[in-house]
Design a protein around this ligand. Sequence first.
Ligand code: ZN
Length: 266
Amino acid sequence: MFRRIRILLLLGVLAAAVGLTWLEQTMVRAWQIPLDVAVIPINGDGSAQATETIRALRASDFDDIGAFLERETARYGVKLSPAVQIALLPELHEQPPAPPRDGSVLKTVWWSLKLRWWVYRQSGAWLPQLGRIKLFVLYHAPQDGVALEHSLGLQKGLIGVVHAFADAGQTRQNNIVIAHELLHTLGATDKYDAEGRPVYPQGYAEPELPPQMPRHEAEIMAGRLVSAAGRLVMPPSLDQCVIGAMTAHEIDLDEGFRRRFASSGG
Ligand SMILES: [Zn+2]
């Protein structure tokens, strides 16, 4: 009897979790109201530089992201102004669980559950904040020749973990990484290959032009462009980033367009 009740309870919790995940995705991908985004800064390396960067952060440092999303979603017929509302939350003095080093499926599943539990716990709220995208930004002092860890964005739970440079000169490029991970939480996939090169055509701005033509803009889920010198470069800011047709489809922008078109037609 008790065993049965326990199993029923567990199944109930599981069903609720699956249902809420589905509901959240439906909410954020409907493009009817501005995206609700929380940025939570974390000192990634314990450095004084990261402390200083976090202390100097203002919500307006992320304005680029709103402008980018508003401009790009408008190209697909979504008229949302603002497209996103970004809240800068106080610094968090705890690090999210690190992803497993090897790509074992079981370990990855376990880690993603741990991460979701960690996010829920640190929110301090009893009920999960439905539809809120949580972006944890870990600031690191730049070190010559040392690359940052990979940032990531999870669709389930709407969670992003972003590794960023603690350097005012990097704010605009940090915003490219943040926007990239934000779009992962909405279901966008990466559009670069194992060497980090954009995949043609979906990873290119102006995909109607041949791949060997140099670009000035990057597709956001490729994050890089091939310059006139044939080098892979990150653009200076989100002003030189676009949402390509495939990414737009993945985050349901064309569905938003279709709905809008259908309703305006009566
Ligand atoms: Zn990515």
